[in-house]
Design a protein around this ligand. Sequence first.
Ligand code: AMP
Length: 284
Amino acid sequence: MRIILLGPPGSGKGTQAQLLVQRYGIVQLSTGEMLRAAVAAGTPVGLKAKEIMASGGLVPDEVVVGIISDRIDQPDAKNGFILDGFPRTVPQAEALDDLLRHKHLKLDAVIELRVNESALLDRVETRVAQMRERGEEVRVDDTPEVLTKRLASYRSQTEPLIHYYSERRKLSTIDGMMAIDEVTRAIHRQLLALGAVEPKSHARSAAKAGPAKKAKAPKKTSKKPAKAAKKAAKPAKSAKKAVKGAKKATRKTAKKAVKKTAKKAVKKASKKSPKKVTKKRAKR
Ligand code: AMP
């Protein structure tokens, strides 16, 4: 499953992405996180991004597109991913379409978390206070001034993506003002409706398959990694089989019911027609 989470800063994209990762065993690709890591490591990309990020501006499209393209190619992204904070501009969305086409990958859905802007400032202030309480380092761009600038750049450069994906019939909008678990449930329902995830059994086995594969990572030295991967994928297969079986059974029962009704109709018809004849005859 490949999805995009769209929403202004403070809308809960990061929180929801983490919950979806746990549920479906896919990875979260956050350009913000990757850029912060690059800044911390002092890489050339980090050096380019540092000032821009601190002021609340957007890092050049080609930089983030390059990062995402490389990241999608990593083995852990094969099972699917959630893009969080990317794309942020229409050219980035076009570049993503191109690179997914080249990689023969399909985007399942774009989930927009719609929030009340006046609540965003409160949310960010709460988040900062909680981080300070936990003794965690607070992001340099998590100040009311920088947030105002980030919101402005969201409105002018990212919001057009709502139209972009809505035109391509990819957009689902969810009320991001609900409680965290309600938002998660609404996203799950939406993914089910779109056919991006299969009912419960699959969601559970996918979630299991993720960590299970990770747990098997130390066996990388094993001579038969393909076999191990197949083994890890087995529960998903059996779940699929079960769904297929259930579908077949439902189809069979439906067929039987149709046959029965048809037989009944024929019987009724054959019973009715002589009656009509006798009535007509009696009239004559
Ligand atoms: P985030 O953690 O998603 O709020 O991102 C933090 C900062 O990283 C943003 O304010 C931008 O400066 C930069 N950034 C993250 N993602 C992108 C992107 N897709 N395009 C441009 N800049 C980005």
